[in-house]
Design a protein around this ligand. Structure first.
Ligand SMILES: [Fe+2]
Ligand SMILES: [Fe+2]
Length: 150
């Protein structure tokens, strides 16, 4: 059984792999677009499940409220970057620069969560919560992932 930190890292690894594939993709529109859509969906599903099952409980604690607020703000910033990229052709001018900025933001966000916020959360969550939140997160992720699948 995984704890909440291990559960969150599963999607983090998926996001890193998709970002690397996007950066390595050729100017062939359909393939690049497909990888972008996969990354978009992974980000959206992970962000929402993570906010509901990790950051909401952290908002309850004085020691982690600012980390939670910061992370949710970054989720919003990434959403806006995705939205901007979505409206433009993937092989058009500047698209890859925008995609690179998004991927760098994703890398920064994941690193900050894993090296800073997970440690802070580790101090305020009980061992029982770390396990039960992992279950909640995985169930939420799957539900959202299914409704995004079409
Ligand atoms: Fe996040
Ligand atoms: Fe995350």
């Amino acid at each position: 059984m995984m704890n909440i930190f291990e559960a969150l890292r599963v999607s983090h690894d998926t996001q890193r792999a998709l970002a690397a594939r996007l950066m390595a993709s050729g100017p062939d529109g359909p393939e690049r677009h497909k990888i972008f859509l996969d990354l978009k969906r992974e980000l959206k599903v992970h962000e929402t499940a993570e906010e509901r099952c990790f950051y909401v409980p952290l908002i309850e604690h004085d020691a982690t409220v600012s980390a939670a607020r910061h992370a949710i703000h970054e989720h919003h910033q990434m959403d806006e970057m995705v939205e901007d990229l979505e409206g433009r052709p993937v092989n058009g001018p500047g698209w890859m620069n925008g995609a690179r900025t998004l991927c760098e933001k994703v890398e920064h966000h994941l690193k900050e969560e894993e090296t800073k916020f997970f440690q802070e959360a580790g101090k305020v969550l009980t061992e029982g919560q770390k396990m039960s939140l992992a279950k909640d997160y995985e169930a939420e992720f799957l539900t959202l992932r299914t409704s995004e699948a079409s």
